[in-house]
Ligand binder design. Sequence first.
Ligand SMILES: [Zn+2]
Length: 446
Amino acid sequence: MKLKFLGASGTVTGSCYFLRGENTGVMIDCGMFQGVKEVDELNFAKPNIDFGKLNAIVLTHAHLDHCGRLPLLLKYGFDGAVYMNEPTRALAEIVMLDSAKIAREDATNTMYEEDDVYRFLKKVVLVDYHSPFEIGDFEVTMYDAGHILGSTSLLFVEKSTGKKLLFSGDLGNTPEPLLMPTEIVKSADFVVMESTYGDEKHPAGDEADIIAQIVADAERVGGVIIIPSFSIQRAQELLYVFDQLKKDGRVSEETVVLLDSPMALRTTEVYKDYPGLYSQKLKTQAKKDDPFDFPGLMLCDNVEKSKQIKNYPGTKVIIAGSGMMTGGRILHHAINYLPDPKNTLIFVGFQAEGTLGRDIKSGKKEINIWGNNIEVRAEIKEIKTMSSHADQDQLKSWLSKIDGVKKIYLTHGEDIARLVLKEIIKNDYGDSVDVKMPNLDEEFEL
Ligand SMILES: [Zn+2]
């Protein structure tokens, strides 16, 4: 079999792989490139494969950088089945429709339209965790990656040779509050492994304690807290943390928490549909009451409610997208609140190279939003424990439990991260394992 790398090769975004057996071609993910300078070029370029040989697609999970280019594939002639599990389908619909909406609002962007998304969704075949299914030359099984609701690692077995190829998908920061732990896959010959935090260890610490402290400080001076958040997983984690803090009286009754993201609202509804996938602790909690709702939570499901936010007096916490500040309502709040030193911005997720979030996180004191020069005087904080990606130790531990690994392809990480991880793996395994850092469009014979 042959494996070609069509994205996430030296970047964190744009995940896309093409696997070819004797008679079968399967694409694994086809996500959007984000943040990097050549982003438009990369997103609009037709993936460098023979579309006549593409029979099916399998989606690991619903993040934009994994599913964002999928509807485009219809334009290139793809007409096969698309395999994913049910929560992934529900979330991917939200994500791809949002992406179509953003394209519609930007005249220079003709990525795809809502109709393309619906046409694409008609191709979906639902599969479950642990239920092997066949795609021509391959048998495929999904395992829970513990990263977001429905996230998977995918094990491909080539039927004629018995060779096993495992795609890690994005691996979760396991154990984490909302989801089941990342599942172990017992054996594989080849592993395509994410390396987002290959060069970092998440610090110890409890995010609820850190957030409680930041809110207490803000309450003392009447400051506003803004949190750029991803709509999937991170927003629900934040709601769950505030649900606990409000219950325990660690956040004042008067402090309002505003979820200013229609996409996060829709996503939260999907999370509520799958309590069977919750962690044990959350399952118990969810039987008692809604873990994503509490007194003092305001949901801004339309633009009018969003505009009203600045009229709320006193301390408030505003959770809004996008997570890396590349667009969305968070930019309005950044304009309103970043110039005041009483206020605080909290980063709770990865900030990719080339994004406004990364600039602010790196200490830039003057930024430009829609032609306005904004001075950053607010305090900038970062909570690293909230990552939904495995860190270096967790990546190592995940890998160590897989028997028989001969080759590892490091993807989904900036070059420095995968280089560090490569060295660590080389140290641990010596010459018994070959570690590759594939380039875009590079192909390997497995
Ligand atoms: Zn992801």
